[in-house]
Design a protein around this ligand. Structure first.
Ligand code: AGP
Length: 608
């Protein structure tokens, strides 16, 4: 998955493009490049490395011209080399292109074009597109792009410039692309943070749409060449939200934004004994009462949120829930019908597997409600209805505030369904709303323990492995804690149901393997967790426990412990995850890891 930006207006393009593409570095950082056009020429600089590294090598500011495109790459087709870096040009050097996505029929197109005499310099699928446009160019850039796009199979978000045209042509299919509408200038970008310094007016391009941007306006067309009217939206973020605001990393800022993010997720959706999400969930009372099965599809951290949602829904709504990896669901020919509710969970709204799972579910007649953070994203637009998490821009690759906001939205859906089905009497709904409203302050109190948690990170940051164990609704939090640690510190970590330890993982226990237990007080498996802790201790293991404030039973038998305030069983995960997020963050930072942009990872995996 890559980041693309484009500019056309009255200012020098290179500086604007450089600052904008840096805002998208979380989407990929294998190589970077910028192309501009001036005086009938294409000027182009690119190389491997992160954007600042490349800028030091090539000095992007030397590129003149007020039209340009820029790209930061996450390699999908072709190795990380200078030749494979974007932008790419055709044989005549008069057209330059940037691309995010995968062209599935690039090999056969490559052969056809090579037979016609086109000479390729890279291994990428993207270069095929620019030669295809060049091959069909007869003086009208938009027409050449339209003809080329009809021959492509796969996903694309494109920016195209031509040295003889004062225009910037853009197109999208299954990869995100927005248009920023400025005053005497216009922009294209993979994501909103890239353009917030210049405009809050955005147009969300739909699949198989082409836009022609000029300095003083723009037009949007379908692949059939017919003009399309598009709504201009006002983004409710500002650029400072997308900045670090004094935090060392975006991830740390986003961990500390969680009380506010949860407050936003609740705002306007609860009254004393009422959950007001009827319009957002888009399901009638009759439809909800007919739901006989819920399938949650997601990936990664969002999948962990789904596992917590399963406990919430089965506890209060009495409907069977399955949580599926989206990547598995989409190829499994799932049994789904009109009484199946599918909930797709995605922070970015662009995860290819989750989008494909959503499409598969809709094809089979299921209603799809999505829980999404990024408005205007593909999953947002293709769902039957969407409940936004309102967490604000989440830039750090490791998801944190989006996760806890997803859990809040799942809780809202749970209580709303439970009340509607007559399973939750008025008083219980009132109590559930009260428990929810306590969360932001309780989360803040956990965050205030950051220095104590950092102290423990100093004890463990040189370890090579870790085990995270939890039971019941805290088992998904064990998985999430392990994922946070491994994805940003590269320390191998596994999450397991605590009882499962006896069936294998206990063989791993030794003094060098820290074991993290979520051991919060509840009336279900708490005593069993205490036994599991004893089992680890009796084998010489070192135990760190997340326990409920005021509970001294756990503290007596573990080596280290973090307290969290008590709340209802199904809301505990929102509090228990915070020390694990901070522990992973401080360990990764102590190791000097690239916390916001971990190796090999991207913020939104918009390719298969
Ligand atoms: C989480 O920290 C990871 N970055 C990753 O697992 C992520 O949750 C997953 O790729 C799903 O992304 P989405 O929520 O944007 O769909």
């Amino acid at each position: 998955m890559c980041g693309i930006v484009g500019y056309i207006g009255g200012r020098q393009a290179s500086g604007i493009l450089l600052n904008s593409i840096k805002r998208l570095e979380y989407r990929g950082y294998d190589s970077a490049g910028i192309a501009t056009t001036i005086g009938g020429k294409i000027l182009l600089k690119k190389d491997i490395g992160k954007i600042d590294e490349v800028d030091k090598k090539v000095n992007f500011s030397e590129l003149k011209g007020d039209i340009g495109i820029a790209h930061t790459r996450w390699a999908t087709c072709g190795k990380v080399t200078k030749d494979n870096a974007h932008p790419h040009t055709g044989c005549g050097g008069k057209i330059a292109i940037i691309h995010n996505g995968i062209i599935e029929n690039h090999s056969e197109l490559h052969e056809e074009l090579a037979e016609k005499g086109h000479r390729f310099v890279s291994e990428t699928d993207t270069e095929v597109i620019v030669h295809l446009i060049e091959d069909n160019y007869k003086g009208d850039l938009k027409e050449a792009v339209l003809v080329a796009l009809k021959k492509l199979e796969g996903s694309y978000a494109l920016g195209v410039i031509h040295s003889d045209h004062n225009e910037l042509v853009a197109a999208r299919n299954d990869s995100p692309l927005i248009i920023g509408v400025g005053d005497g200038e216009n922009f294209i970008a993979s994501d909103v943070p890239a353009i917030l310094d210049h405009t809050k007016k955005v147009i969300y391009l739909d699949n198989e749409e082409v836009a022609v941007l000029k300095k003083d306006g723009l037009e949007v067309f379908g692949l059939d060449g017919n003009k399309r009217e598009k709504e201009v939206h006002e983004v409710d973020w500002d650029s400072t939200q997308a900045e670090k605001q004094g935090y060392k990393h975006f991830m740390l800022k986003e961990i500390f934004e969680q009380p506010q993010a949860v407050t936003e997720a609740i705002k306007g959706r609860v009254e004393d004994s009422n959950i007001m999400i009827k319009d957002e969930i888009g399901l009638s009372e009759e439809q909800i009462k007919k739901i006989n099965r819920i399938i949650i599809v997601a990936c990664g951290t969002s999948w962990h949120a789904g596992l917590v949602g399963e406990f919430m829904l089965e506890e209060l709504v009495d409907i069977p829930v399955e949580v599926e990896y989206a990547s598995e669901f989409r190829y499994r020919d799932p049994i789904v019908d009109e009484n199946t509710l599918v909930i797709a969970i995605s922070q970015s709204g662009e995860t290819a597997d989750t989008l494909a799972a959503l499409r598969e579910a809709k094809k089979k007649g299921a209603k799809v409600v999505s829980i999404v953070n990024v408005k205007g994203s593909s999953i947002d637009r293709e769902s039957d209805s969407v409940i936004y998490t309102y967490a604000g821009p989440e830039i750090g690759v490791a998801s944190t505030k989006a996760f806890t906001s997803q859990l809040v939205v799942l809780y809202l859906i749970t209580v709303y369904f439970g009340k509607l089905k007559g399973l939750l009497p008025e008083e219980q709904v009132r109590n559930r709303v009260r428990d929810l409203r306590k969360l932001p302050l309780q989360m803040q109190s956990v965050l205030e323990e950051k220095d104590y948690i950092k102290l423990h990170a100093e004890k463990f940051y040189q370890r090579k492995n870790a085990l995270y164990l939890g039971r019941g609704i805290n088992y998904p939090i064990a998985l999430e804690g392990a994922l946070k640690l491994k994805e940003i510190s590269y320390i191998h970590a596994e999450g397991y149901p605590a009882a499962e330890m006896k069936h294998g993982p206990i063989a791993l226990i030794d003094k060098d393997m820290p074991v993290v237990f979520i051991a919060t007080k509840d009336d279900r498996t708490y005593k069993k967790v205490l036994s599991n802790i004893e089992e680890v201790k009796s084998r010489g293991g070192e135990v760190i426990a997340i326990e409920s404030k005021g509970d001294d039973d756990v503290k007596k038998i573990v080596d280290h412990n973090f307290y969290i305030p008590e709340n209802s069983y199904i809301l505990t995960p929102i509090l228990a995850v915070i020390p694990l997020q901070l522990l992973a963050y401080y360990i990764a930072d102590l190791k000097g890891c690239s916390v916001d942009n971990p190796r090999n990872l991207a913020k939104a995996v918009s390719v298969e």
